[in-house]
Design a protein around this ligand. Structure first.
Ligand SMILES: NC(=O)c1ccc[n+]([C@@H]2O[C@H](COP(=O)([O-])OP(=O)(O)OC[C@H]3O[C@@H](n4cnc5c(N)ncnc54)[C@H](O)[C@@H]3O)[C@@H](O)[C@H]2O)c1
Length: 330
């Protein structure tokens, strides 16, 4: 399968590192508004995951990595990208900029076979969470959103808790800072995102609640979300407070996740009672690592905690999608 990545930031570069090593994948081209020498440097050295395990060279406006030659494009407008000439089967849209159907479809108009975003995107793009509803494809099946990292962490947990009976859920995701915040104080339309990211605990609003309500229509008006950005470069810990229809025990809740992690969700959910901290889950491919030692219950209120690597865990689901498309299932 011939793949191109648009947007070589945190997510795009991690996908690059992983896809060049993946059998059956030909990484044909990458596109970014940064310069090629900057991209080559950022691919070689990564402050979270360390240096690349293979050489990355630049020759004739191309990247040479792990035995593959990858064309570098420097084009801000997706409509002008040469996807037709390069016979691209799948574009991974990782800029975070082209999030409506009209904007993301420009890749299809430029000749790409399929487009997968790296976040939720607008409501006119179907939202499909791997391992939950990836088979429910209708309409625009060549353009899909696989959700964001927080949506992927939350979906399976809510689904499983729904099997016992939920009235409502409050979610607070403690999340590492991202490029959508400032490093030192500066102006930002979301004022708190303009405050020095490594200096404060910073509550920000995100579209997690709306995304989850699209997936769980029966819980509309019953899902409340916030994310709190914390001064680490990677990693997240989601705190779910479920109001259940009936009283449950912590042991009952933990057993539900222990079994799910062993069986149908084994690649997506992990269950542990080890005393983890966020650094311990760096490079973990699961979307949710339930820490059963932190599960507490008071009457009908359940407090559940799940770690995830917002970059590695998330790109693992995008790679599941790459395999899904490669198998001709999209
Ligand atoms: N970082 C995370 O933890 C994470 C996890 C899951 C999903 N996401 C989502 O993935 C998307 C990207 O996030 P990120 O953290 O990698 O961001 P980033 O800022 O690190 O990367 C974005 C990249 O896109 C490039 N870019 C911007 N405009 C462009 C254009 N017109 N054409 C080509 N390239 C362009 C930038 O130069 C940059 O390299 C966002 O929608 C984000 O919400 C991020």
């Amino acid at each position: 399968m011939r793949i191109a990545i648009n947007g070589m930031g945190r997510i795009g570069r991690l996908l690059f590192r992983r896809l060049v090593m993946m059998p059956g994948v030909e990484l044909v081209a990458v596109n970014d508004i940064m310069e090629l020498h900057q991209l080559a440097y950022l691919l070689r050295y990564d402050s979270v995951y360390g240096p690349a395990t293979f050489e990355i060279a630049v020759e004739n406006n191309e990247l040479i990595a792990a035995g593959q030659t990858i064309r570098f494009l420097h084009e801000p407008a997706p409509a002008k990208l040469p996807w037709k000439a390069l016979q691209v089967d799948l574009v991974l849209e990782c800029t975070g900029k082209f999030l409506t159907k009209a904007l993301a479809s420009q890749h299809l108009e430029a000749g790409a076979g399929n487009v997968i975003l790296s976040t939720t995107g607008a409501e006119d793009i179907p939202l499909r969470i791997y391992g939950f509803n990836q088979h429910q494809l209708n309409g625009d099946k060549h353009l899909i959103s696989p959700g964001g990292c927080m949506t992927n962490c939350s979906t399976h947990l809510i689904y499983l808790m729904q099997s016992i009976g939920i009235e409502s859920v409050h979610i607070n995701v403690l999340h590492s800072y991202t490029s959508r915040q400032e490093l030192v104080d500066g102006p930002h339309k979301d004022l708190r995102r303009g405050r020095a990211a490594a200096e404060s605990i910073i509550p920000v609003s995100v579209d997690l609640g709306q995304s989850l309500e699209r997936l769980f229509v029966l819980l509309k008006g019953c899902i409340y979300t916030i994310t709190t950005r914390v001064p680490v470069a990677n990693g997240a810990l989601a705190n779910f407070v479920f109001q259940m229809k009936e009283a449950v025990t912590a042991a009952q809740v933990n057993e539900l996740f222990k079994q799910a992690a062993k069986r149908e969700y084994k690649d997506i959910i992990q269950y542990t009672e080890d005393p983890l901290v966020s650094l311990d889950i760096k490079g973990n491919s699961h979307s949710a690592i339930i820490d059963g030692s932190l599960t507490t219950v008071t009457g009908r209120t359940v407090n559940l905690m799940a770690f995830f690597d917002n970059e590695y865990g998330y790109t693992s689901r995008v790679i599941d999608w790459v395999r899904f498309v490669g198998a001709g299932k999209l």
